[in-house]
Design a protein around this ligand. Sequence first.
Ligand code: SAH
Length: 397
Amino acid sequence: MSQSAIHIQNGSCPVYKKCGGCQLQNLSYEEQLRFKQNKVIKLLKPFGRVSPIIGMENPYRYRNKVQAAFFTDRSGKIHSGVYQSGTHRIVSVDDCQIEDALADRIIVAVRRLLPSFHLSTYDEDARRGFLRHVLVKRGFATNQVMLVLVTGTPVFPSKNHFVKAIRAQFPEITTIVQNINPFRTNLVLGEREIVLYGKGTIEDELCGCRFRISPKSFYQINPVQTEVLYGKAIEFAGLRGNETVLDTYCGIGTIGIIAAKHGAGQVFGVELNGDAVRDAIQNAKANGLKNIRFFQGDAGEFMQNVAQEGEHIDAVMMDPPRAGSSEQFLDALVKLSPTTVVYISCNPETLARDLHYLTAKSDYRVQAIQPVDMFPHTQHIETVVLLTSKAALANRF
Ligand code: SAH
């Protein structure tokens, strides 16, 4: 671990208090890891031993997705930055130590270009103006860069000149998308998209597989640690070849596709977001896989249908959002009775809740608990858990 880098940068962020995004920045990286380890132990101790959290070699500049909100102050000056934690106030940020540096520079350049193109920022109260947010996604392995301009209206004056100007400054940008969000909402992205330049998607590589990513699809924000996390998940799944695997809450299909590459006989993925499902189908093709199918829908309903049909499933990988899984999902899981369950969680509180429910209702028992630090300096904790069931194993033979 590069100690010196940590000590020089630790606590040096000028907007640490105002922003509130890096809640643990007052701690050294070692202290942060200890804090997270203790939190997981506190929540998951009843289920078994917690392996030591896997930290990052260099816990800076890890975010491959950067998002900024835009506003104009009373003097007419345009600002870009992040919402102060838990509020709707924007804190100006030009350069953030956990974000990709190129992405930060592109956002500042967009801001500086606005006045010369007579483009305004969007005023949410007056529901007037143009630019609301800018989103940059970068494939660290491929170096492809997506710029998404989120606008309050579809009309984009001097659109072609603007695209030319930003591309001239950043030839690294491989695609530019206008996303239109005219609604009063906390969501950054709206439904409608217009591709202004390039394919409208970027690609990245993880664990030897290639993945297409759309503006609205979920993609893990720390690719270095994602490889560590997925590596553990695949190890826990213990695939020997020919197993039938479910990849639930699959996003763009990353885990299922990697499982298929690691010998799964067939994989079925389910995901709610239609754009992500389209990416997943495309990704299976691009990786030359024929034994994988993706479905759009609610994971709980999907599980219930699979359980009702009496399908034989060997392993279920589940990676729900922060709210955790649902009782419908967990009930169907027990009915389906796969030998192995791998639960990947970005919220140890809902993970503990779901594990309590599952272990009370069945003979699934936790065999391994592995936290991985995906979000250095923030309070967020990722954990992967292996569960097996003796009854499920006995039913196989
Ligand atoms: N496994 C993926 C995505 C994990 S994020 C990866 O590692 O990249 C969680 C995903 O669950 C998101 O893509 C989100 O769109 C999806 N999701 C949220 N609620 C869902 C539901 N009820 N049913 C299915 N998918 C859901």
